[in-house]
Design a protein around this ligand. Structure first.
Ligand code: PLP
Ligand code: CA
Length: 304
């Protein structure tokens, strides 16, 4: 909450901010790591915050891994004391939503990847089997499962026209739920390349179905509700640290958290100022309260 002032913090101010907060929510990619490389100092920051009695959570829109796989990634990158229960991904939360909120009676048709399928299986949510494309299979004769009562779209490197066509058929029924793991438009890859995100696949299906997906991941409140229902967080004592203004910072604003933008990822300080100075009230919610170069600045502040 507060001023959304994009205030660049230095040592003592970072310490004061952390003194006032009990819970720290970290976005993952662009904040604590970039791909397979930890951001310098990030593992130490996480450990130090925990030593100081803070509760630490990880909130990622990356749906490609199940939770147990994230635990391995954390440890591989030098984060030694992160527990599975502290990791909230859009895949885990999508499965929780289908089980606990939608209470799905039927199957979900998934455009997505292994992480989503594993979380759905762990949550006991039935998934419509995707049969291998038969020779001669077409949009006219591919089988449709009458038990499908939801479509869930996430990041899918094997996205096809056939999957889009099937999902579109399921969504003709107004009783069929339409969910998206996250709205991310694209992600940076090594070497200056990018990959299209779940949001781009969701947009294709939204156009094809003339419907709007319910987004589970950031900036939707649901991920915070998910954490809160298990750990009972007070928004006033919680801090969200992220690198993408339209997802991480908006998520923090939507949930009533103080927000910090780090400049080790996607969004720039100029973009933050542009949101802050915008005339559109909606856009202002994408402006962070605070800015730091890197989470490493927190380390310095705590060690001073
Ligand atoms: N989804 C995919 C497929 C990604 O590759 C990434 C980042 O690498 C993300 C989402 C964004 O993850 P985060 O919310 O941790 O920044
Ligand atoms: Ca990020």
């Amino acid at each position: 909450g507060g001023g959304r002032g994009c205030v660049t913090l230095c040592g003592a101010q970072i310490r004061d901010l952390l003194d006032a907060k009990h819970n720290v929510l970290f976005d993952c990619d662009g904040v604590i790591w970039n791909g397979e490389t930890a951001v310098t100092g990030a593992p130490e920051v996480v450990s130090l915050l925990k030593q100081r009695g803070k509760r630490v959570f990880f909130v990622t829109n990356n749906c490609t891994r199940p939770r147990e796989n994230y635990v391995q990634k954390f440890s591989r990158l030098g984060f030694t004391d992160v527990a599975e229960e502290e990791i909230f991904s859009s895949a885990y939360c999508s499965a929780a939503y289908l089980r606990d909120v939608a209470r799905l009676q039927g199957k979900v048709y998934v455009i997505g990847c292994g992480g989503v399928l594993k979380e759905l299986r762990d949550a006991g949510v039935p998934v419509a089997e995707e049969e291998d494309a038969e020779p001669g299979a077409s949009i006219y004769n591919c089988p449709l499962d009458p038990d499908v009562k939801a479509v869930l779209v996430g990041y899918d490197e094997n996205f096809t026209f056939m999957k889009l066509a099937k999902a579109c058929c399921y969504l003709r029924s107004s009783e069929c739920l339409f969910l998206a793991t996250d709205p991310d438009p694209w992600h940076p890859l090594r070497g200056g390349r990018v990959t299209p995100g779940s949001g781009s696949l969701t947009a294709a299906l939204e156009t094809a179905s003339s419907r709007k997906a319910t987004v589970i991941g950031k900036p939707s409140r649901f991920m915070f509700d998910c954490i809160s229902s298990q750990f009972g967080l007070d928004p006033a004592h919680s801090l969200m640290i992220g690198d993408r203004l339209e997802t991480d910072v908006l998520f923090g604003s939507n949930c009533g958290l103080a927000t910090v933008l780090t400049l080790t990822g996607v969004s720039t300080l100029q973009e933050a100022f542009a949101f802050r100075d915008s005339q559109e009230p909606q856009q202002k919610h994408c402006a962070p309260d605070y800015v730091v170069e890197s989470v490493a600045d927190i380390l310095q502040a705590l060690e001073e």
